[in-house]
Design a protein around this ligand. Structure first.
Ligand code: GLN
Length: 197
């Protein structure tokens, strides 16, 4: 989360950490970081953030979800724990912890044509895999073996890995472009987990 905030600030965004609905109401974009999706799910309900976030996603708020954040954005989650819910918004099926023990953490270079010719250097840490991409979502990037690890749908971006720890800035730039595109005037505002003016 600290890495996301630092990166967004370097890109010129005004970053706020959002824990409560009052804070969330002030932001124009949201980053859902990695961590543990089961915990994010539980805390979002305890702090009454689940409904506001779902509503904001429905209203087109730009969201960047990394790793557990992608799980939270997926419409369908496989290998979830009992009762685990996502916010949804991305027409994809993801599988948690899909890389197995041997390869829980690894780095890989991916081609992500939407971000330019330069490959994305991605760090995977117990990340999910996108097992299927529905008609409303678009694949942004896949591993060499074809497994999808980056998707987009409107202003929602979901990626299985952690660009913020490998110095990759282009997903955050794309997220801020979405934020800016929805604002009447410039001055993007992003925060971790959400952004505000
Ligand atoms: N395995 C975690 C989950 O299911 C995600 C790991 C991560 O975000 N680095 O939420």
């Amino acid at each position: 989360m600290r890495e996301h905030a630092a990166l967004l600030e370097r890109l010129g965004a005004d970053v706020v950490r959002v824990r409560r609905p009052e804070e969330f109401a002030t932001v124009s974009g949201l980053v859902i970081p990695g961590g543990e999706s089961t915990v994010i799910d539980k805390l979002s309900r305890i702090f009454k953030m689940r409904d506001p976030i779902r509503q904001a996603i429905r209203n087109g708020m730009p969201v960047l979800g990394t790793c557990a954040g992608l799980i939270m954005l997926a419409d369908t989650v496989l290998d979830a724990i009992e009762g685990q819910q996502s916010f949804g918004g991305l027409d994809v099926v993801v599988r948690r912890n899909a890389f197995g023990r041997q390869t829980e953490s690894f780095e890989a270079d991916l081609s992500v044509p939407a971000l330019g010719a330069e490959p994305v250097h991605a760090a995977f840490i117990r990340g999910p895999v996108v097992e299927s991409v529905g008609p409303a979502a678009t694949t942004l990037g896949a591993l060499d073996d074809g497994r999808v690890v980056a998707v987009e749908q409107g202003a929602l971006i979901g990626i299985s890995f952690h660009p913020e720890i490998s110095g990759e800035t282009r997903f955050h730039e794309r997220f801020l472009d979405h934020v800016e595109a929805r604002r009447p005037e410039p001055n993007p505002t992003a925060l971790t987990p959400a952004a505000r003016r």
